[in-house]
Write a protein that binds this ligand. Structure first.
Ligand code: MN
Length: 288
C-alpha cells in the first residue's frame, strides 16, 4: 500500500482532513463500485459491483489455461466434495451410506498450475507434519444456475482437469476433533495443484475410467470414477441448492481411498483415463 492509499484508508493519521475529503470524493462519485471498494467488498458473483471504480491495487484473477486454445478460464470459486468414494469415507472414519454430500471451499488463489509434460515444484507447506495427497477429477463450470436438476447438470460443465486436493491432515483432523473449521488443513496456499483445462468438446464427460495416484512410481491410490458416491452431475445439482453457481466455479469431485503422506523429494503423478498426467515434486524441508 503506498502512502496515498494508506492515507485514504485511514492507515496513517498524518492528515485526518485529507482522509475525510478523500472519502467524500469517493462517495460523491455515486459509483457503486467505488463505494463497495471503500467498504472492502470483493468482486465476482452475486451482488458484486461491476466496473466503474478504480482499484487501489491490482489483485490477480486466478485462471487456468485451456488446452488447444490460447484462451484462459477465469476461476471464481473452488468447491470440494468430502468423502465421495465409499472406501475413502470408511478410511476417514465415517459410514459410507449415501448420506447427503458435504462441501468445503478452497480459495481460488490456492491453485498451482502444473503444465502438461512438466513436473512442478511444490513446497512442503508450513505447520503440518502429515501432508497428504488426494487425487481428484475437477469439473469446471461454463454456466451457472440454481436448483439445477441432475439431468441438466452436465450441460453446465465447460471442461475437466486433474487436481490434487493437498491436505495438512494433522491440522484438518485436529480442527475436526475440536469442531472447528477445516480451513487450515484444506485451504492454504498452493493446496490446489492442477493441470490445464480440457474442454468437454474435446474430451467429453467423465463418468467412469481409472483414477490413479503414484508416488515415486509406486501406485498409492487406484479406483474408478464410477465408484463416486455422488456423480459430478449429482454434485452440481446438490451444490446448486446451497449456492448459486456461476461460470468459473470449479468442483473437486472427491478422492478414492488410500490417501497418504508425502515428504520433500517425493514425486506424485496423478492420472485419469483420457487426460494427461499431473506431475508434482514436493520440495523444501519437513517441519521440525
Ligand atoms: Mn478431497
Amino acid at each position: 500500500m503506498d502512502a496515498n492509499v494508506a492515507r485514504r484508508f485511514g492507515a496513517s493519521s498524518t492528515s485526518k482532513e485529507t482522509d475525510v475529503m478523500d472519502r467524500r470524493k469517493v462517495l460523491s462519485t455515486g459509483s457503486a463500485a467505488a463505494v463497495a471498494a471503500l467498504a472492502g467488498c470483493a468482486t465476482g458473483g452475486t451482488g458484486s459491483p461491476t466496473g466503474g471504480g478504480k482499484t487501489v491495487f491490482a489483485v490477480a484473477q486466478p485462471m487456468l489455461p485451456i488446452v488447444g486454445t490460447s484462451e484462459m478460464f477465469p476461476v471464481r470459486r473452488i468447491y470440494c466434495i468430502g468423502r465421495n468414494y465409499a472406501a475413502h469415507a470408511r478410511e476417514m472414519g465415517s459410514d459410507p451410506n449415501r448420506e447427503p454430500p458435504f462441501f468445503f471451499q478452497k480459495p481460488s488463489d490456492a491453485i498451482q498450475i502444473v503444465a502438461i509434460g512438466t513436473t512442478a515444484d511444490h513446497p512442503y507447506p508450513p505447520l503440518t507434519k502429515n501432508y497428504h495427497y488426494e487425487i481428484e477429477l475437477v469439473a469446471a463450470l461454463g454456466k451457472g444456475g440454481r436448483n439445477v436438476a441432475p439431468e441438466e447438470a452436465l450441460s453446465l460443465v465447460y471442461g475437466y482437469t486433474i487436481g490434487l486436493d493437498m491436505t495438512r491432515r494433522d491440522l484438518q483432523r485436529a480442527m475436526g476433533d475440536e469442531k472447528k473449521p477445516w480451513e487450515i488443513g484444506k485451504s492454504f496456499d498452493r493446496s490446489a495443484p492442477m493441470g490445464p483445462l480440457h474442454r468437454v468438446a474435446d474430451v467429453g464427460h467423465f463418468t467412469k475410467g481409472a483414477i490413479v495416484l503414484k508416488v515415486n512410481g509406486v501406485t498409492k491410490q487406484s479406483a474408478d470414477l464410477n465408484m463416486m458416491t455422488w456423480s459430478v452431475a449429482e454434485q452440481i445439482s446438490k451444490l446448486s441448492q446451497a449456492f448459486e453457481l456461476f461460470p468459473g466455479d470449479l468442483i473437486y469431485s472427491g478422492t478414492p481411498e488410500n490417501v497418504g503422506p508425502v515428504v520433500p523429494g517425493d514425486v506424485m503423478q496423478g492420472s485419469i483415463a483420457g487426460l494427461p498426467t499431473l506431475d508434482v515434486r514436493v520440495t523444501g524441508t519437513k517441519n521440525a
